[in-house]
Design a protein around this ligand. Structure first.
Ligand SMILES: *Cc1c(COP(=O)(O)O)cnc(C)c1O
Length: 649
């Protein structure tokens, strides 16, 4: 049954909360108008009060109405994301606090590129970053020198770009600094280094751990701040002339022959924003190394092996990536093992950045957080669930605080309007290296955390950006704080739905056993559940793909077909042998009664994919269990598809 605390949170599948939404929209729209009038109440109306009587005015408003009617009619063909019949992609109904805050803010049109254009919402964006940082276990006290920092991006894709940009700026900072010090005839002691910087070779400097590089940056800034104005300018020029960002890759590596282009290690399930990022930043997809999976999760031993190979071949590593909630399967990589591998290889002189791509799974961290911000023990997190969280999943979430940066999408499991992604880094000092003018030398506004980031546009990929989106994220987190007792009630509901769905699938499998073999190809880590279905007696992988395609044809939004004709909406995905790993792939083939593919054959399995985000899938009061209804519908689709085809088609 649905947690009653969630009843007012959304507009609702039936628009149940229409009055609440309407009342608040009107109230705050009027409030905006009063604000306009009160900026200078002595000014008379500029648009004459009789303007509405003029023919041009009437023609305009008639045109406007007509076009809005036509827009509104066309929008009726939209995908009904709000419906409990929608089990497809990573989207659901919108949280009312976010929707309202966005609507309320839009007419003020703040631009969060810089504080001058957004006196209110930029501050909210910085606070929202800290709210997310706290949810992830990062230090979120802005008075600390090593406080985390987060800001909003257009989505997970651009947050991933920012992670690479930031890791790269930090990675090549130390060798550049050594070059600058040589040119200046200076040296710099730094407690994080085994030796004074000029005594270290390029390989060592280019492969410091991120925390050592941040310490070095701090030491440099301290030294520069103590210098005279003239000296500072000379040092700024010297460092700037040596930086990777100034020279470009070719000239930089010519100056540092021990260093070469660095590798980025991502699991094979990684989102396609990673190859996009490698192209965009000129890093080259050839430097993107795919780490295989074991049982649907990044194989930590394989990661260690690849790191060892890089070390042996003297190939620097820029970053390794763990995915917290893969886009296709919702599975959780062992973040704790990726962190372990990072620390071990740093000990061997191969320091690198760890980024966690938690675009999908980030908000599940609310399940693990107490209201005071502390991490809950595993048995407490597991209360109310049958299995969640497995010990690997628990360890992965507990280790988030040790990652160097994290991507989270408020517009996915945060139930907020597009485009609201977020980039969060563990230590805000790393941001300095991205500033468009040399704050890291002059230390200008840099001593005050908020003041510095009021120049947000200097640090990020975007320029002008929506302040309304920031207000939406901030207000949502205020109404529903990011802990288990508040926001966490939403993922609690959906993860429980997923656990019930699993049991219902077992019953479904028995019901259709006369004609089909049904299995869960892997146990869901979270609230994304995939189902594999094969006709009984069929041994051919390609024939199974045809069956799944035919089922999906009935579960998708089709061009020119009214959405009302669809009973339910689902999605599909492919399961490749290298995603599962050899052992699990064979296990799934055996479960489904499939022959292994010949060497030249396509071994991909097509499976049904269900994202259970809607909190109202199983409401006792309405008497409707949408998940049971869905499986009954699926049964009829399977029976229709296999009718007359005969066993073994
Ligand atoms: C959705 C997703 C992205 C991309 O995020 P957008 O907001 O669509 O840009 C990146 N990584 C993962 C794991 C995702 O699930």
């Amino acid at each position: 049954m649905t947690d009653p605390a969630l009843y007012p949170c959304f507009l609702g599948p039936y628009g149940e909360n229409n009055e609440l939404l309407e009342r608040l929209v009107i109230e705050f729209l009027r409030d905006h108008v009063y604000w306009r009038r009160n900026v200078h109440p002595e000014d008379p109306p500029v648009i004459p009060t009789n303007a509405a009587l003029m023919p041009e005015y009437q023609a305009f408003s008639a045109d406007l109405r007509r076009e809005l009617h036509s827009l509104s009619a066309a929008l009726k063909r939209s995908v009904p994301f709000h419906s409990p019949r929608y089990l497809g992609h990573m989207v659901s109904d919108l949280l009312l606090p976010g929707l309202l805050a966005q609507i309320v803010t839009l007419p003020y049109n703040p631009n969060n590129v810089v504080g001058e254009a957004s006196p209110v919402t930029l501050d909210m964006e910085i606070s929202a970053g800290l709210q997310l940082a706290r949810m992830l276990g990062y230090r979120a006290d802005e008075n600390r020198a090593d406080c985390a920092f987060g800001y909003l991006t257009s989505g997970g894709t651009t947050a991933n770009y920012q992670a690479l940009r930031q890791a790269q700026a930090l990675k090549w900072f130390a060798p550049a600094l050594a070059g600058a010090l040589r040119a200046l005839g200076e040296d710099l002691p730094c407690r994080a280094l085994p030796d004074a910087i000029r005594a270290l070779d390029d390989w060592t400097l280019g492969n410091l751990s991120p925390s050592a590089a941040i310490d070095l940056l701090g030491a440099w800034r301290l030294r520069v701040n103590q210098a005279s104005a003239g000296e500072r300018a000379a040092w700024q020029r010297a460092l700037s002339a040596e930086r990777f960002e100034t020279l470009g890759a070719t000239a930089f590596f010519q100056r540092h022959p021990q260093l070469t282009e660095a590798a980025v290690l991502v699991p094979v399930t990684a989102h396609y924003s990673w190859p996009k990022a490698m192209k965009l930043l000129g890093l080259g997809t050839a430097n993107l190394i795919a780490v295989p999976e074991q049982g649907m999760r990044l194989d930590a031993a394989a990661l260690e092996e690849r790191l060892d190979t890089c070390l042996r071949n003297k190939r620097p590593v820029l970053m390794s990536v763990a995915v917290l909630g893969t886009t296709e399967f919702g599975t959780i990589d062992p973040v704790h093992r990726v962190i372990g591998a990072r620390d071990a290889s740093a000990d061997h002189g191969l320091g690198h950045w760890v980024h966690v791509d938690a675009a999908w799974g980030g908000y599940l961290a609310t399940l693990f957080r107490a209201p005071d911000g502390s991490l809950l023990p595993r048995d407490k997190v597991g209360e109310g669930f049958a299995q969640f969280p497995s010990s690997e999943v628990y360890e992965a979430f507990a280790a988030l605080s040790e990652a160097d940066s994290i991507t989270v999408d408020p517009h996915k499991l945060g139930y907020l309007p597009y485009g609201a992604g977020a980039f969060i880094c563990r230590d805000h000092r790393a941001m300095e290296l991205l500033a468009e003018d040399a704050d890291y030398v002059f230390g200008a506004s840099s001593d005050n955390y908020r003041k510095r980031f009021r120049n947000l546009g200097r640090y990020i990929l975007e320029g002008s950006k929506s302040g309304a989106a920031a207000a939406a994220v901030y207000v949502t987190h205020k109404v529903l704080p990011l802990d288990r007792e508040h926001f966490g009630r939403i993922p609690q509901q959906t993860v429980r739905s997923a656990e019930c769905f699993e049991q219902a699938i077992a019953r479904f499998a028995e019901r259709v056993a006369d004609i089909a073999t049904v299995c869960l190809p892997f146990l869901p880590d979270t609230n994304l559940v995939c189902i594999a279905i094969n006709a009984r007696g069929n041994r051919d992988i390609a024939a199974m793909r045809v069956l799944i395609e035919s089922l999906y044809a009935q579960l998708r939004v089709a061009d020119g077909q009214p959405i009302q004709q669809r009973a339910f909406f689902g999605s599909i995905t492919t399961l490749k042998p290298d995603t599962l790993g050899a052992i699990d792939y064979q296990r799934v083939l055996d479960q489904l009664g499939l022959d292994p593919p010949n060497t030249d054959e396509d071994g991909r399995l097509l499976i049904l994919r269900h994202t259970l985000m809607n909190p109202f899938l199983r409401d006792e009061h309405g008497g409707t269990d949408y998940l049971e209804m869905y499986l009954e519908h699926l049964e009829s689709l399977v029976r229709a598809a296999l009718k007359g085809s005969g066993v073994g088609w």
